[in-house]
Design a protein around this ligand. Structure first.
Ligand code: PBG
Length: 326
């Protein structure tokens, strides 16, 4: 009898849009979306990024316009990446107050700094002529502790430019502690540190390399994490919490929802996910062929990250999705 006529009927709550809306466990909100943006030195027009349709390397002017658009859509923040004209072994442009990232930060803070949180990527890969996230030792390996010195200087330059939140994405050991100490030493207790706690060496960053004209020829497996490792994600997260991170990030999103869930379960600070360039490119490419329902897939990937434990998500669709949510 009960096998033919169940007493417990989960479908009851799914029968109408109104009931589904009322009983949704997770939702998206514009304030929980962060837009990553690229700004290119020496261009007066935005330059399209082939592998990321709809995303540009901005000029300062188009950057400001796009940030205003994001702010008007209610997006919670923008994360800025610089594309310099010249690069060298130590990434000098990263610490130069007149370097493109610092110039653009000042422009953005003046334009939208009250409406959303202006954030900057703190990493050397866009600025080095070898494309690695740090400086190299004599053997050509990324030198962890020498890189920390560069990150400290970069943090001071970015804070001076007005960045409200620094995204530490380089995966050097001790980077959060080093940057925190450097900021504290000059009394900049106000600057928020986002630790890319668990960042995996991922092929999903492919289109980003085009986006920043990356000079990298090898890979980042000697500092970013092995995709095989789940426990290690927790270990990295705990270290960053101990070093004083204000927010933790897991990256990429789609293939690392288990790690995101783990980190969210132990964290007492906000946990963010980064839906990276390759995740964006895959969906755009399949949608362009008419193979998938673009809007539903975008919403599903974002709600999936929220459900797994992300409080906020960095996504190249931030402004568009915020518009849908109005
Ligand atoms: C490092 C950095 C990268 C991304 C964000 N910060 C590149 C990398 O680690 O290789 C990738 C983001 C994306 O793919 O959307 N500065």
């Amino acid at each position: 009898m009960s096998e033919l006529h169940p007493v417990i009927r989960p479908r009851r709550l799914r029968q109408s849009p109104a009931l589904r809306r009322l009983t949704a466990e997770t939702r998206l909100h514009p304030a929980e979306l962060i837009l990553p943006m690229f700004v290119r030195e020496g261009t007066s027009e935005p330059v399209p990024i082939g592998s990321m349709p709809g995303v540009q390397q901005h000029s300062i002017d188009s950057l400001k316009r796009a940030a205003v658009e994001a702010a008007e859509a209610g997006v919670g923040g923008v994360m800025l990446f610089g594309v310099p004209e010249t690069r060298d072994a130590v990434g000098s442009a990263a610490t130069d107050p007149e370097g493109i990232l610092n110039v653009a930060t000042r422009a953005l803070v003046a334009e939208v700094g009250d409406a959303l949180v202006v954030q900057t990527d703190l990493c050397l890969d866009e600025f080095t002529d070898h494309g690695h996230c740090g400086v190299l030792d004599d053997a050509g390996h990324v030198d962890n502790d020498a890189t920390l010195e560069r990150y400290r200087d970069m943090a001071l330059a970015q804070a001076e430019a007005g960045s409200q939140l620094l995204g530490l994405s380089g995966m050097m050991d001790g980077q959060v502690g080093a940057v925190r100490e450097a900021l504290d030493a000059v009394g900049r207790h106000d600057v928020v540190l986002l630790a890319y706690a668990a960042k995996y060496a991922s092929a999903f960053y492919g289109p980003f390399r085009e986006a920043v004209d990356s000079q990298l020829s090898g890979d980042r497996r000697a500092y970013q994490q092995d995709p095989a490792n789940r426990r290690e994600g927790l270990r990295e997260a705990r270290l960053d919490l101990d070093e004083g991170a204000d927010i933790l990030m897991v990256k990429p999103a789609l293939s690392y929802l288990d790690v995101l869930s783990d980190v969210a379960s132990i964290s007492d600070v906000p946990v963010w996910a980064y839906q990276v360039s390759g995740e964006y490119a895959m969906v755009e490419a399949a949608a362009a062929h008419g193979w998938i329902d673009r809007r539903r897939i975008v919403e599903e990937t974002l709600i999936g990250a929220r459900r797994a434990g992300a409080d906020a998500i960095m996504t190249y669709w931030a402004t568009e999705v915020a518009g849908w949510l109005r």
